[in-house]
Design a protein around this ligand. Structure first.
Ligand SMILES: [Zn+2]
Length: 296
């Protein structure tokens, strides 16, 4: 019996199941939220020595006004690096730096031409930028480069595999960009109304014009004054199609549509979704199809 117990112990340890086998566990990188996780997943594909975790649940969506949870902090306690979108998406970074001063933070807004954001609060002096960088595939390529180069610095032993993965994914993203350019060429210059301020990088990449944004402040409901403002903007723009987003309530969009006669479609900012290494490409192609349908 004792021999069996010892055997079981060895077996469990070999699978890293027992806590004192922790030394044998792989290194860990943590991505702040879904889109960064999907891009990082492709960079780390098949590299068993580096595990990848998503700090927030994959259905969280954008991290605007996100409050850190204890379980998020716990995921960082033994991480080797935190990969963030940057450009202001993760407003809680100072709290993380306070709690984990030695944790390397990989800022994926590095090297990206950020789009400045207009001020809604007059009391803020600092220039803010739109943080939805990943919705332009060229920015996604830059993010993949930042993740792979930083990972190579932290894990030099994995250089070849990281480089190979990054190159293969960049090739796919380049092909995706070319496909999207071709698909969206017939609707170049068209106006759209989006639900939240997620699509300026996408619009810039494919020559679309965002005529209005229904919910600029990520609030659940719009005040009557805000609603009137959006309705006026939609009318002034010649009633372009409205695009809601899967993770937000479409009530405001329906209110605007009822007043303007605008048609409603869906665009996904890909800020949440399925854990699948091809999710970015699938989602971007679905968005292009939705846009084409809206202008058919
Ligand atoms: Zn957002």
């Amino acid at each position: 019996m004792r021999r069996f117990t010892a055997f079981l112990l060895v077996l469990l340890m070999s699978f890293g199941i027992l806590p004192f086998a922790a030394a044998a566990e792989p290194s860990r990188m943590v991505a702040s939220f879904y889109p960064i996780y999907i891009l990082a997943m492709n960079v780390l594909d098949g590299i068993e020595e580096i595990a990848l975790d998503c700090m927030t649940a994959p259905d969280t969506g954008c991290l605007h006004d996100y409050q850190l949870l204890t379980k998020d902090m716990m995921k960082l306690s033994d991480a080797d690096a935190l990969i963030v979108c940057g450009a202001g998406m993760e407003a809680y970074l100072p709290d993380i730096a306070k709690q984990f001063p030695d944790l390397p933070v990989i800022d994926c807004s590095r090297g990206i031409n950020l789009i400045p954001e207009e001020h809604h609060d007059d009391d803020e002096d600092e220039q803010e930028y739109n943080a939805h960088t990943w919705l332009d595939p060229q920015n996604a390529i830059q993010i993949v480069k930042t993740i792979s180069e930083s990972a190579i610095e932290i894990f030099p032993d994995q250089k070849d595999a990281l480089q190979q993965n990054a190159n293969a994914y960049i090739e796919r993203l380049q092909a995706l960009d070319e496909t999207l350019k071709e698909m969206l060429l017939p609707i170049k210059g068209k106006r759209i109304v989006t639900f939240h301020e997620a699509f300026p990088y996408f619009a810039q990449a494919y020559g679309l014009e965002i005529a209005a944004v229904i919910n600029e402040e990520h609030e659940n409901t719009l005040s009557p004054a805000q609603l009137t403002q959006v309705i006026e903007a939609v009318k002034a723009a010649g009633v372009p199609p409205l695009f809601t987003e899967p993770q937000y309530s479409a009530a405001a969009a329906y209110a605007v549509a009822a007043e303007t006669g605008a048609e409603i479609y869906t665009l996904d900012p890909l800020a949440s979704g399925e854990i699948d290494s091809g999710a970015y490409e699938t989602g971007m192609l679905a968005n292009a199809a939705a846009l084409l349908e809206a202008f058919e």
